[in-house]
Design a binder for this molecule. Structure first.
Ligand SMILES: CC(C)(COP(=O)(O)OP(=O)(O)OC[C@H]1O[C@@H](n2cnc3c(N)ncnc32)[C@H](O)[C@@H]1OP(=O)(O)O)[C@@H](O)C(=O)NCCC(=O)NCCS
Length: 148
């Protein structure tokens, strides 16, 4: 069992991180007290990090937990030498789109009818140049609760 570490303090709360990293990717889990309140995962593909999942307990949203998880994943990807992050998101997922925009994700394509439950399109987003000093500053700003 990995040893939990504080990954973020924000708006008076602190989240512990239990991370798991392999050569293929990494996972970050936000824990508050004894409860898992969020998780996020990333797979590596050459120089890219593919964000495969981000979710926060619906009673704990808008408290910066997903931001803290993504800051941690992006830092993992930078440490691994990645220069870009990518992901798919439902075209109508305005909450996730607003979150990802803060990390510099921009749409690069559409996968029509990607989600089989309702046929919704997926937007393919990319955040590039994550290996730059400017992106490190963006992560620091987000980590401190600021807007990039
Ligand atoms: C999307 C999700 C992960 C966001 O988690 P969260 O912990 O609430 O996000 P944060 O508190 O870090 O929000 C960071 C920013 O994202 C944006 N954001 C987050 N939720 C939003 C919402 N419901 N509406 C509009 N903007 C939103 C805001 O800009 C927010 O900053 P602010 O609170 O200072 O305005 C969460 O809503 C969730 O788990 N949704 C269901 C699963 C999902 O859709 N995952 C993404 C799949 S691609």
């Amino acid at each position: 069992m990995p040893r939990p570490q504080v990954i973020a303090g924000h708006r008076g709360c602190f989240w512990l991180n239990c991370d798991g990293a392999t050569a293929a990717g990494c996972y970050r889990v936000a824990i508050e007290g004894s409860r898992v309140v969020g998780f996020a995962g990333l797979l590596y593909a050459a120089d890219d990090g593919h964000v495969t999942t981000v979710a926060v307990d619906n009673t704990c949203r808008r408290r910066g937990i997903a931001t803290a998880l993504l800051v941690a994943l992006a830092a993992d990807a930078r440490a691994r030498g990645c220069s870009a992050l990518t992901l798919e998101v439902r075209a109508g997922n305005t909450a996730a789109l607003a979150l990802y925009r803060q990390f510099g994700f921009a749409p690069a394509g559409v996968r029509k009818g990607y989600y089989t439950d309702n046929g919704e399109d997926a937007l393919v987003l990319w955040a590039t140049d994550i290996d730059t000093a400017a992106y490190a500053t963006r992560l620091e700003t987000l980590s401190a609760g600021g807007a990039p």
